[in-house]
Design a protein around this ligand. Structure first.
Ligand code: LMR
Length: 390
């Protein structure tokens, strides 16, 4: 039967990891896959994570199964970080541990499909390239609309308003809670307010992807739009990732939270999430979630985590400032947030930047600004000038 399969292209972003590793030019710069790098160019295990691992090594006395919902203490301890101390919707909120933010998106998509198979997912483009395939493979139709004009680096807010205004009741709106991937362009609070009104008026269901909390303007500020929306809508889903803000990438640590209209629906949602997890991955991997739980249970480790996350956030924003200072044409980069900015360049140009200058960005023109040093700014600007991008 396998002879009937067609080969599928490798994910071009993930393929770039190996191409970069194989390049032995000394000045190469990795602006590809979205991982944080420190001033030495390393993606370190965070100090609090090391401390938590040490603690687990010494104290963990069993690795017996926890169940499809994973580590519920991990799920509970994340809640105040995401939703605030005592939000009024706490009673209508239920969560489950998932393998990374991708697992949360997939589980959420399957839950929507089970609850409302006729729902469409509205997706502003460009978006993370895996968003549309995750929803489509859960048999949910994806309706794309233009979110940003890359030439001007501006939100196409009219297009956002049109898309939401013409959606049907019950349709789902995928929103990047902060640090938009791939553009770094977040809505202003004024725009978030308008979006919230539209969600309420048209009875749409927000599905918020929150994968970079703390790497934009800080943990609290980055959660503000999510909290504002949840305060007023009836139902919502939140896919949360600890990959970046805890530096746990390959451990695959995430959670899916669902806010229901009525407290009575919580049990139904909980049992459906558990059943869907069971047929997908049975139970989520424990180690990464146990690390996060251990950190959040300890005042000392929490303080270490907060401090290091703040350092990371400052470093990324420092890199943004360095690029903006190196060329007025890149001034927009300092106004954007999170790991990414997306230049308006062709695939050919992205390849030329790689081949001729050793500057690796995604074929789409997305740059991971956490991958550079401030001292790389001039080389990046010179390469962009040489390829006619500036
Ligand atoms: C990225 O966007 O670079 C990361 O989220 C890694 C991934 O899985 O694509």
């Amino acid at each position: 039967m396998f002879d009937k399969l067609n080969s599928r292209p490798a994910d071009s972003l993930l393929a770039l990891i190996k191409v970069f590793q194989a390049d032995d030019r000394p000045g190469k710069i990795d602006l590809g896959v979205g991982v944080y790098r420190d001033t030495m160019g390393r993606t370190p295990v965070m100090r609090a994570v090391k401390a938590a691992e040490q603690f687990l090594l010494e104290t963990q006395d069993s690795k017996k199964y926890l169940g499809p919902e994973g580590d519920l203490q991990f799920v509970r301890l994340l809640q105040p970080i995401i939703f605030g101390k005592s939000p009024k919707f706490t009673q209508r909120l239920v969560g489950i541990q998932t393998p990374g933010g991708s697992g949360a998106l997939r589980l959420g998509a399957e839950l929507i499909q089970a609850a409302n198979p006729s729902a469409k997912v509205l997706l502003g483009t460009p978006s993370w390239p895996n968003h549309a395939p995750i929803f489509s493979s859960a048999r949910l139709p994806v309706k794309e609309y233009a979110f940003v004009d890359l030439m001007s680096q501006q939100v196409k807010f009219e297009s956002v308003v049109d898309a939401l205004s013409s959606a049907r009741e019950g349709d789902v709106v995928l929103l990047h809670g902060c640090c938009h991937n791939p553009t770094g362009i977040d809505f202003t609070m004024e725009q978030w307010r308008r979006i919230t009104e539209l969600l309420v008026t048209h009875r749409l269901v927000p599905f918020i992807d929150l994968a970079y909390q703390g790497l934009g303007d800080g943990l609290e500020q980055d959660a503000a739009p999510t909290r504002m929306i949840l305060d007023v809508v009836d139902e919502a889903l939140i896919a949360y990732s600890c990959d970046k803000n805890f530096g746990l990438y390959r451990e695959r640590v995430g959670a899916l939270y669902v806010m229901t209209r009525n407290v009575d629906d919580i049990g139904k949602v909980e049992s459906n999430m558990a059943a869907l997890a069971r047929v997908n991955w049975s139970m989520p991997p424990d180690h990464g979630a146990a690390i996060v739980r251990t950190i959040l249970e300890s005042e000392e480790m929490s303080a270490m985590w907060h401090a290091e996350l703040e350092e990371m956030c400052l470093r990324v924003n420092g890199n943004r400032a360095a690029l903006a200072a190196a060329s007025p044409d890149l001034a927009f980069i300092s106004r954007q947030r999170g790991l990414f900015s997306n230049l308006s360049v062709s695939r050919e140009t992205a390849v030329a930047l790689r081949m001729s200058h050793g500057i690796y960005m995604a074929d789409s023109g997305r740059m991971n600004l956490a991958g550079m040093q401030p001292t790389d700014a001039d080389a990046i600007v010179a390469a962009l000038r040489a390829e006619g991008c500036l």
